[in-house]
Design a protein around this ligand. Structure first.
Ligand code: NDP
Ligand code: GDP
Length: 327
């Protein structure tokens, strides 16, 4: 019988790539999705990857423990990946309470559901490099102290420590992946890489003139989501649950990332980039740079896709998408 995995956040970037990867490994995939009046478009990423009809979607919500208990009782998963969250840092200042409910308490709900109904299941929590925030070390690893800088990061820190706590308190096989930024053509367009690649495509096709950004001096350690979901799976294959940084070990400014995207379509940054204070944040994370040695040494994971190749893939995907919308 094939192994069953339950993925929360299956309609998001990582959920879609993880589902595709696990299907390739012979898993049976169940995804928890929140009800919406736009149900017809909620699975657009799964359709983009050609797997919408290969996964089973079940109605549930991270805010509703009863729905999680019911789903876990019905599915009896061997592995649970908790990827659902209010995941956009900037929005977390506008909706700090909701971010706390979904991103922090939602993870606690999921841990409770697993503890009550399926304590043998292996559990993955989607933790974030944003927890390092005002970085306490120039290169961040599993031992670097946390200093969250946004309501999102504070919520993720709670969920991270709850995962550690449930492992230590109840012996759950619960692991936390401290993932640095990872992107793809399926990244939400509000995040800076997709905003830039979408703008590069629109400007190239004559549909937009400007790209308005906030802090272009911020540095991020950007990898590809396709690589990063492999690390999630590898964590759950280990005999012992643990916490791992997943990163490339290279950091780049937002400005240099824009340069890569624009150069690919023959645009000059100075002709189109406008700095707009509206996109500055109340508190910024200036630098993220991860040390992925523990993941490499423990289970041989390494990032395989360069920032350049990823940005080119994203710009090309946006050129196609924008051209087909404009037709
Ligand atoms: P996305 O924003 O693309 O996806 C978030 C998912 O969560 C969506 O499927 C969304 O559903 C779902 N969701 C939100 N609220 C609820 C709720 N109340 N109940 C059920 N589902 C809900 O995020 P990513 O795929 O990029 O990231 C996956 C996880 O990894 C997130 O937890 C994120 O915070 C974390 N992370 C991401 C990083 C990155 O660089 N991408 C870095 C580090 C951590 P809907 O489609 O209905 O909106
Ligand atoms: P984050 O690292 O999870 O916050 O991912 P984002 O892609 O949202 O932001 C990455 C960095 O880009 C942050 O330092 C932002 O301040 C910076 N940035 C600069 N301009 C923008 C913008 O217009 N939108 C977004 N989302 N980020 C921007």
């Amino acid at each position: 019988m094939s192994k069953r995995a339950l993925i929360t956040g299956i309609t998001g970037q990582d959920g879609a790539y993880l589902a595709a990867s696990l299907l390739g490994r012979g898993y049976e995939i169940f995804g928890m999705v929140r009800r919406s009046s736009h149900a017809g478009v909620a699975d657009h990423r799964l359709r983009w990857l050609g797997i919408a009809d290969k996964v089973t979607l079940l109605d549930g919500n991270l805010l509703d423990l009863s729905s999680q208990i019911r789903i876990i009782q019905d599915v009896k998963p061997a592995e649970v990946y908790n990827l659902a969250a209010q995941s956009f840092v900037s929005a977390s200042w506008q909706q700090p309470y909701l971010t706390g409910e979904i991103t922090a308490l939602g993870a606690a709900n999921m841990l409770e559901a697993v503890r009550i109904v399926a304590p043998e299941a292996r559990f993955y929590q989607a933790s974030s490099s944003e927890m390092f925030g005002l970085v306490q070390e120039p290169v961040q690893s599993e031992t670097t102290p946390f200093y969250p800088r946004s309501p999102y990061a504070v919520a993720k820190l709670y969920a991270h420590w709850m995962t550690v706590n449930y492992r230590e308190s109840f012996g759950l096989h619960a692991s936390s992946g401290i993932l640095f930024n990872h992107e793809s053509p399926l990244r939400g367009v509000e995040f800076v890489t997709r905003k830039v690649t979408d703008a590069a495509a629109r400007i190239k096709l004559g549909l937009q003139k400007e790209l308005r950004l906030g802090n272009i001096d911020a540095k991020r350690d950007w990898g590809h989501a396709r690589d990063y979901v492999e690390a999630m799976w590898l964590m759950l294959q280990q005999d012992t649950p643990d916490d791992y940084v997943v990163a490339t070990g290279r950091t780049t400014t937002v400005r240099d990332m824009v340069e890569i995207a624009f150069a690919h379509v023959g645009l000059r940054i100075e002709d189109h980039l406008v700095i707009d204070p509206a996109f500055l944040r109340p508190a910024e994370v200036d630098l993220l740079l991860g040390n992925p040695n523990k993941a490499r040494e423990t289970f041989g994971w390494e990032a395989s896709i360069s920032l350049e190749d990823m940005i080119v893939e994203m710009v090309d995907a946006d050129l196609k998408r924008v051209a087909s919308q404009a037709a």
